[in-house]
Design a protein around this ligand. Structure first.
Ligand code: ACO
Length: 314
């Protein structure tokens, strides 16, 4: 059974931070950041602004655009590694703010940057399982990564941004949906949020992450196409997790693919982890780039290590 996207939405916090702004507070430059990553700016939450408010803004708009009332939602899934609280989950906080029905389960999925794609497949399986009361699922990725960035570590502090992206989905025979998810337990090369105050920050071995990403993303795209029985030529758009423009350029080169098929917005938002793919999908829908019937291949990778892809038919 496939998955239909009824609506998408996104929300960004109010604080726009350019590379030059960062260069005022740490030893970096617009030239270094732009040439190594493609990032030009990012949005950060202000003091006191949290993930719940950000996620709520995106979810409320997605519901409105879908033309649905809160009581029509059967499932609420959040993808995040930066919830406001360890518990209750971000999904439960948004559930309460939206006034979703008690019959709609709500929980978080922590698959780092792969989270939105894992949440979509989880929603599809739960909707198909028949245990939910209703047809529609609210699925969103939302992160406040600024909270876990070490201002003294310029090699990670410049890479990330805050943001939220949401979608309302339902099962559909006319909208084939193919998913692929994987993991390789490895806490060394990328992690965040140890239990102590001092190790809550994102820590990353940049070149190891780069090697992992440029290996796994083409493999994941190949695996997904094989599963779907189609070729890259038959896909209209590829949306990679927006971690680094150079990673996406490498992938394009490795696959010998046309670069115009690969959507990029990392220059505007930096890496928003689980929010990056739904934010990109919403931007593309808003710009009229994605038309009904088109196939969009999404691929994510992140801490865990984890990876995943989804071939979505709009
Ligand atoms: N500004 C200026 N100089 C910097 C900065 C900065 N922000 N950060 C590091 N440098 C310096 C380093 O200190 C080093 O200086 P040195 O040679 O004097 O020691 C120099 O720049 C080169 O550092 P490298 O780490 O070799 O830089 P590299 O060209 O490899 O780029 C980068 C680093 C961009 C992090 C790269 O490794 C990368 O893209 N890795 C992938 C990481 C990624 O995308 N993570 C995303 C998060 S995870 C996820 O979403 C899955």
């Amino acid at each position: 059974m496939g998955l239909k996207f009824l609506a998408t939405a996104r929300a960004l916090p109010g604080c726009l931070v350019t590379n030059d702004d960062l260069a005022q507070v740490m030893d970096t430059s617009d030239e270094w950041i732009t040439s190594r990553t493609g990032i030009r700016q990012r949005y950060f939450c202000a003091e006191g602004e949290g993930n719940t408010a950000l996620a709520f803004a995106a979810c409320r708009q997605a519901l409105e655009r879908a033309g649905l009332r809160p009581d029509q939602i059967a499932l609420c899934l959040a993808a995040t590694f930066t919830p406001d609280h360890a518990t209750p989950s971000l999904a439960c906080e948004v559930h309460g703010m939206l006034g979703l029905p008690e019959s709609a389960p709500a929980f978080d999925i922590n698959v780092a940057c792969t989270g939105f794609l894992a949440a979509l497949e989880t929603a599809r399986c739960l909707l198909a399982g028949g245990s939910l009361q209703g047809k529609y699922a609210l699925v969103f990725g939302s992160e406040v990564i600024s909270r876990v960035l070490d201002p003294n570590d310029r090699s990670t502090a410049v890479l990330f941004g805050d943001g939220a992206g949401a979608a309302v989905v339902a099962l559909s025979d006319e909208h084939p949906f193919v998913s692929l998810l994987g993991a390789r337990g490895d806490p060394e090369i990328l992690c965040a949020g140890g239990s102590g105050q001092d190790d809550r920050y994102v820590r990353m071995q940049g070149s190891a992450v780069f090697r992992f990403a440029t290996q796994i993303v083409p493999e994941c795209i190949g695996g997904l196409l094989e599963r779907a029985g189609c070729t890259l030529e038959e896909v209209d758009w590829v949306v990679c997790h927006q971690a680094n423009g150079r990673i996406i350029d490498h992938v394009i080169k490795k696959l010998g693919a046309p670069s115009e098929k690969f959507y990029m917005n990392i220059h505007r938002y930096a890496n928003t982890s689980a929010a990056s793919i739904p934010i990109a999908l919403d931007e593309m829908c808003e710009k009229g780039l994605i038309r009904p019937g088109q196939r969009v291949l999404c691929v994510g990778f992140g801490a865990g290590l984890t990876w995943g892809g989804a071939l979505i038919t709009f």
